[in-house]
Design a protein around this ligand. Structure first.
Ligand SMILES: [Zn+2]
Length: 101
């Protein structure tokens, strides 16, 4: 089974160029699948993160933003410091789980 699953979505860039109307872009999301043997806290954090990404908004209030620069686009979501779906918490839980295996 693949570790990644995709989802198509539509995102409108936050800041269109001056004098231009924003055009919706087609986006493909690649989300990690939650490992069956992961600890409950990691499963919960990853699931929350995936749902936040698919919905474009997290329970902590963070919103998915499209950043376009130099012809490249990337997504970012600035979670609250203590949000379990945030980079800091998910990566810490994942790192601890991987190093204990
Ligand atoms: Zn969050």
């Amino acid at each position: 089974m693949s570790r990644w699953r995709g989802r198509r979505g539509r995102v409108t860039p936050k800041r269109p160029s001056a004098g231009q109307e924003a055009e919706p872009l087609s986006i493909v999301f690649a989300l990690p699948s939650v490992p069956d043997d992961a600890p409950a806290a990691l499963k919960s954090s990853m699931a929350l993160r995936n749902v936040a990404t698919m919905n474009g908004m997290c329970e902590c209030g963070a919103r998915l933003e499209l950043v376009v620069a130099g012809g490249m686009a990337r997504m970012r979501m600035a979670h609250e410091h203590e949000c379990p779906a945030g980079d800091r918490n998910v990566f810490a839980l994942y790192g601890a789980w991987r190093s204990a295996r």
